[in-house]
Design a binder for this molecule. Structure first.
Ligand SMILES: [Zn+2]
Length: 258
């Protein structure tokens, strides 16, 4: 994100914090959205999504402290999460570093997490992404959920009905065959979702689907259109805490150019 936009964002969030009471962390659920931890992300023009390992470690240490203090419960992404309290950790796209860098930190703290994987990025053999072998190993780790992310990572709203059904059903079937576990969660590639895509996701057997709309779950959310809180590479601990407290939820009103 351009520096001036980040500065403006910090100012609005400070103002938001001053006029809107900070939300109690144990009264609602928030789904964090990460991408890579140490790998350049294609098309990331604002350089938001390659999280430095050191920053990631500080954020996860903070979450672990909150959990140990009883202030939050880090939970799985599953049916019912939209009405529960807690915090969910998710990653989009299936970067290899999710296995080599993020997973060791998360599992060392016993924190569950979900990775949304588009099969085509795995099958293309690009070393930035998980391989079939590492995907299988990741799926066997305690607390790990593998979810769908379309088959070929295309924006689903652009597809005709046949292609849309193939993307959603094909990715689910492929993942279930590889990891030998049910796949009932997904996130929409590029955050592209509308009523038709949502209906096709339900028809394909998904029970929970995350969008890229900014925000927290308020107890009345559509389980197939859940908002997430976008965590950026530049989010030091101060801004991370501010996002957890809801001081950036004003962004739910804006499309800030993901
Ligand atoms: Zn994606």
């Amino acid at each position: 994100m351009n520096t001036y936009k980040a500065v403006i964002g910090d100012c609005i969030s400070a103002l938001s914090k001053a006029v809107i009471p900070t939300k109690s962390l144990d009264h609602y659920c928030r789904i964090l959205m990460y991408h890579a931890v140490g790998t350049d992300v294609p098309g990331d023009i604002h350089q938001l999504y390659n999280m430095p390992l050191k920053t990631f470690r500080l954020q996860i240490e903070h979450l672990s402290r909150l959990q140990q203090s009883g202030l939050i419960c880090v939970r799985d992404l599953n049916a019912g999460v939209e009405t529960s309290s807690g915090l969910v950790i998710t990653f989009d796209d299936g970067y290899r570093d999710n296995f080599t860098a993020a997973a060791p930190i998360l599992t060392s703290y016993g924190l569950p997490f979900t990775i949304f994987v588009p099969p085509k990025l795995i099958l293309d053999g690009d070393s930035r992404y998980l391989s079939i072998v590492t995907l299988k190993e990741l799926a066997l780790l305690p607390g790990v959920t593998i979810g769908g992310h379309g088959y070929s990572h295309r924006p689903l709203t652009n597809l005709d009905d046949g292609a849309l059904a193939n993307e959603l059903r094909g990715s689910r079937a492929w993942l279930e065959d590889i990891i030998q576990k049910p796949v009932v969660t997904m996130s929409y590639p590029h955050g592209a979702v509308d009523e038709r895509v949502r209906a096709f996701a339900a028809d394909a057997g998904y029970e929970v689907a995350a969008s890229s709309n900014f925000g927290a779950l308020n107890g009345g959310c559509d389980s197939l259109w859940l908002p997430r809180t976008d965590i950026w590479a530049q989010d030091g601990l101060s801004r991370f805490k501010s996002k957890l407290a809801g001081s950036w939820d004003w962004m739910s009103h804006f499309d800030y150019g993901k």
